[in-house]
Design a protein around this ligand. Structure first.
Ligand code: MG
Length: 369
């Protein structure tokens, strides 16, 4: 069955059908059996930038162990939650998956610490933001096809990523539900998994989390099902419960908001208030959990030490390559005229994985090999 027929039978009226796509910047013939967003998803998965997420920091760098999330596993978890939401709400699952797998592709090495440093380095040159850099990768930096630069993704995938990059800016139009879903799935996963990773690394104790209302309530529900769990079993069961609870809550909340606002098409989604967001009873406990994670995990002395080291080496590399652009790989040197020295150096540094950046620093700047 072709994707148009399959979607016609599956999608809700407020979903975005693939046949409505505005297409690609560089027109391409349609594929004989893959829909446009399925192709976008495949292009993202096969890109070099996506593979490099395996060795980029989510919150904790790879050298800390093998249990915790990398940017790659986080992106897969976001896609998993987002697809569940999309399928349940009968949205365009291919579009959702493409957006989820693309959403963090623009992260430089060392996560937000690296982003912060590159943004400072580019203060006079347009700044650096991981969401905007994802668009730059998708439109310029990935070179996979002879006919055009970038991945030539569908307009709706680029637009969904663009709404992330311009968040907070006055935009009269809402993102499609497919893009709203990915934002919500991102929040469901990092709130849960950052706590899990911090527990595993010993930065947090289970008892501290169980004092937070959202963890306490989830634990109470788990204990009504199993009465004699040890700490490890309780932790795993609570993590499952937290994800299941949030996803179930979002589905109910979305259905209620779609009905309340009378949304019956993707055009009406654009004009309606935000649909995919937790209701007040979950939003506040989630915000409290996020404040706790910020204080106790993202600002943990061990994390701050890692940040400081990473930022100093990235800053030194930025200054070093700026002084000696002849040290840049030839394909980056070839971009200097078009994009300027600072942006090109940042493009090179942002593409590095954590370990590549560490090695490059030791080799070229610390005189070690
Ligand atoms: Mg994310």
């Amino acid at each position: 069955m072709r994707f148009e027929e399959r979607e016609a039978g599956l999608l809700a009226p407020y979903a975005f059908p693939s046949v409505a796509s505005a297409g690609r910047r560089h027109p391409e013939p349609s594929h004989s059996y893959r829909g446009p967003f399925q192709r976008d998803r495949d292009r993202i998965v096969h890109s070099a930038a996506f593979r490099r997420l395996a060795h980029k920091t989510q919150v904790f760098t790879g050298s800390w162990g093998d249990y915790h999330r990398s940017r790659l596993t986080h992106s897969l978890e976001v896609a998993s939650v987002a697809r569940t939401l999309a399928r349940t709400l009968r949205l365009n699952e291919d579009l959702v998956e493409a957006l989820a797998l693309l959403h963090d592709i623009g992260h430089p090495p060392f996560g937000h610490a690296g982003e912060h440093t590159l943004n400072e380095c580019l203060a006079e040159h347009g700044g650096f933001n991981h969401n905007a850099h994802a668009l730059r990768l998708a439109e310029v930096l990935e070179t996979r096809y002879p006919e055009f630069p970038g991945l030539n993704l569908s307009s709706e995938v680029l637009e969904g990523q663009c709404t992330r990059a311009t968040k907070g800016a006055a935009n009269p139009l809402r993102p499609l539900l497919e893009a709203q879903i990915v934002d919500a799935a991102d929040s469901v996963t990092y709130d849960t998994h950052d706590a899990d990773d911090a527990l595993e690394l010993g930065l947090l104790q289970l008892g501290e989390l169980l004092e937070l209302p959202v963890w306490r309530e989830a634990a109470q529900r788990v204990r009504t099902r199993w009465t004699a769990l040890d700490d490890q079993e309780l932790r795993r069961a609570v993590l499952h419960e937290l994800i299941d609870w949030q996803v179930g809550h979002l589905v109910a909340e979305c259905r209620q908001r779609i009905a309340a606002h009378g949304v019956t098409s993707h055009e009406e989604v654009r004009q309606a208030p935000l649909i995919v967001a937790p209701g007040a009873e979950l939003a506040e406990p989630k915000a409290e959990l996020e404040r706790f994670l910020y204080r106790r995990v993202y600002r943990h002395p061990r994390v701050l030490r890692m940040r400081a080291r990473a930022q100093a080496s990235l800053r030194e590399m930025f200054d070093g390559f700026r002084e000696r652009p002849e040290w840049l790989p030839p394909r980056f040197q070839a971009r200097l005229t078009e994009w300027g020295l600072e942006r090109t150096v940042a493009d090179y540094l942002a593409g590095m994985t954590d370990r590549y950046a560490r090695r490059a620093y030791l080799r070229q700047f610390a005189g070690q090999d």
